[in-house]
Design a protein around this ligand. Structure first.
Ligand code: HEC
Length: 89
């Protein structure tokens, strides 16, 4: 999974913040396809410490966005009722 291999080191396991980078579950950025691409693909936050992944395709960016949003939805449900299709790390 792209997220666990690429983003997890900084954004934490299962998108729970690891202290350095923001908790993406609480971010509104993944709601916007355009802004997410600006940051992750085009390096909008490069000076703030967020690397740029210009090699990612639109399909991969979509996959990441949907993964993060699914985790955000799962986190607001009571324990044990979330269905995340086996994407747990
Ligand atoms: C080297 C550590 C690092 C890695 C790896 C990393 N990030 Fe980040 N990311 C950051 C930091 C630090 C910020 C905060 C920048 C700031 O202060 O505005 C950030 C910010 C973001 C934001 C904006 C959040 C917001 O609400 O402002 C998004 C979205 C994001 N990262 C997605 C990703 C994705 C997707 C990946 C994997 C493809 C990834 N990041 C990999 C360090 C990292």
């Amino acid at each position: 999974m792209l997220y666990s291999s690429t983003c997890m080191a900084c954004h934490g396991s299962g998108v729970v913040a690891a202290g350095y980078a923001p908790d993406l579950r609480a971010s509104s950025v993944p709601l916007s396809e355009e802004l997410f691409k600006q940051i992750v693909h085009n390096g909008l936050l490069l000076e703030q410490g967020m690397p740029t992944y210009g090699e990612l395709t639109d399909a991969q960016l979509d996959e990441l966005r949907h993964f993060i949003r699914a985790r955000a939805r799962a986190s607001i449900r009571p324990q044990g009722t979330s269905r995340d299709h086996g994407t747990n790390p």
